[in-house]
Design a protein around this ligand. Structure first.
Ligand SMILES: [Zn+2]
Length: 472
């Protein structure tokens, strides 16, 4: 019995050994077979690839071999990658040789890797009145995949900050901040009732026309405006009324109104005025006559004529005033800037010759001219105000010699002037020192004035303005 058992035990051991051996042989045979008869695939590039949404995906392909030879061209590829949609995509490479088939798989993950953007309306530092609360100025959130996600923005307040955060559908988060500064940095605004330049006669009481003041934080501030002035109503000149107001945060605004105190309109005065010069041959003779007669006048000069005649006008006690450099209607009346650019040219010429800045002016054609309409309708309304805001005094006339119109003789000029003179007012006489008949009529006009009790004066900044009604 024992022997049989031993023998049987031996038999079991033997069979196990054989089966292990067979198994090993089978594996080895399988390996040999698979080496020779099963195709192989190896991927180019990684087995798992992550690509950004909307980018371009290019598959790198694979290498397939059979019995050591390349059969890559026999590989069939299935599956595709849609980079416009986030997700996990599989690409399967299959190659078949006889009964043997081999597969390889690549995983492509399309992901939105870009954060949304948050754009704030207004500034990243927002000043808010200390007595007010911040009013949201607005924001916009845009994602490369989800589009407009403004409605998903979460707005929270933390300390002095407003925090805006938003996540796109792929979980990419963006945070933006706005700093709120509770401080009033805006100065109040003062508005004047009436014009910026007031003209009153000497001895007349100055009456404040009124004003208003408003502040972005403090609202109504009119009652806090401090008004002061240095006006001496008994002395002709230009004075300033100062308006000053400070808001609760110490922002200060100061504005001024000019008050021009002029002499009383002297009745029976003649202001002889000559436009468009100087011109050799006429202006020089006119200056001789004025000198001989002991009369001073006013010359509204342009940029024409010789410099020395302007110097003479000034040295002999006349008023040199400005009439624009070009006297070209298109140049001076097309725009406000064009007018002042041209006026500056003649102002600079005069300053160079007489050493001072002149503020007495006459508009080409007068303030009532209708020619300017052709270039810029309404410009005279603007200019007549603007010149005064810039410190100029403009003079028209109330006696027209018509020497720039239909009258072309000395006797005609004489008649036009003398018939219009009045003892009941100040007479501003329009003449042109470039006209020979005006030159020839001048002595007789002066004689007429003297014989009839008129006084001749030149215009100064303190002469009451004589102006026309604007007509544009
Ligand atoms: Zn003129």
């Amino acid at each position: 019995m024992e022997e049989v058992e031993v023998l049987e035990k031996h038999g079991v051991k033997k069979r196990a050994l054989i089966s292990i051996l067979c198994f090993l042989i089978a594996i080895i045979l399988g390996m040999i077979l698979s080496y020779f008869y099963v195709p192989k695939i190896s991927l180019h590039g990684n087995r798992v690839i992550i690509v950004d949404i909307n980018s371009k995906y290019v598959d790198k392909g694979c290498e397939a071999t059979y019995q050591g030879k390349s059969i890559s061209k026999d590989v069939k590829m299935t599956g595709n990658v849609d980079t416009t949609k986030p997700g996990t995509y599989k690409i399967v490479y299959t190659v078949k040789k006889g009964v043997y088939e081999k597969k390889a798989t690549r995983t492509v993950i399309v992901q939105d890797m870009d954060k949304p953007t948050i754009e704030l309306t207004g500034k990243e530092e927002s000043y808010v009145c200390p007595n007010k609360t911040y009013q949201e100025e607005g924001y916009k959130a845009i994602d490369n995949y989800d589009g407009d996600i403004t409605d998903q923005v979460v707005v929270t307040n933390k300390d002095d900050k407003v925090i805006y955060s938003v996540k796109d559908s792929s979980g990419n988060e963006t945070v933006a901040e706005r700093r709120i500064i509770y401080k009033d940095i805006e100065a109040p605004v003062i508005t004047l009732i009436g014009s910026q330049t007031e003209t009153i006669e000497v001895g007349t009481k100055y009456k404040e026309l009124g004003y208003g003041a408003i502040d972005n934080c403090d609202d109504y501030l009119t009652d806090s405006v401090k008004v002061s002035n240095n006006i001496d109503i008994n002395k002709p000149g230009t004075y300033e009324v100062k308006y000053e107001v400070t808001d609760k945060s110490n922002n200060k605004t100061t504005i001024t109104r000019k008050v021009h105190i002029v002499e009383k309109a002297t009745k029976g005065v003649i202001y002889l005025t000559f436009d468009d010069g100087p011109k050799q041959g006429t202006t020089n003779v006119i200056l001789d006559i004025l000198k001989e007669e002991g009369v001073t006048a006013t010359f509204f000069v342009t940029n024409s004529g010789p410099d020395n005649l302007i110097v003479r006008e000034y040295n002999e006690g006349h008023t040199v005033a400005l009439h624009t450099a070009s006297h070209n209607y298109k140049t001076v009346y097309t725009s406000v800037e064009g007018y002042f650019a041209d006026l500056d040219k003649v102002k600079n010429r005069v300053k160079r010759l007489i050493g001072k800045e002149v503020h007495i002016i006459r508009f080409p054609g007068g303030s009532s001219n209708t020619i300017s309409r052709k270039y810029n309708k309404g410009i005279m309304t603007t200019l007549t105000k603007e010149v005064q805001n810039r410190g100029y005094y403009y003079f028209d006339w109330n006696v027209d010699s018509e020497d720039a119109g239909g009258t072309k003789t000395a006797s005609g000029v004489y008649k036009n002037v003398t018939k219009s003179l009045s003892k009941k007012r100040a007479n501003v006489v329009l003449m042109h020192d470039i006209k020979p008949y005006t030159r020839d009529a001048l002595r007789d006009i002066i004689h007429y004035g003297k014989e009839n009790g008129y006084v001749f004066k030149s215009i100064t900044e303190d002469t009451p303005m004589v102006t026309h009604r604007v007509n544009n």
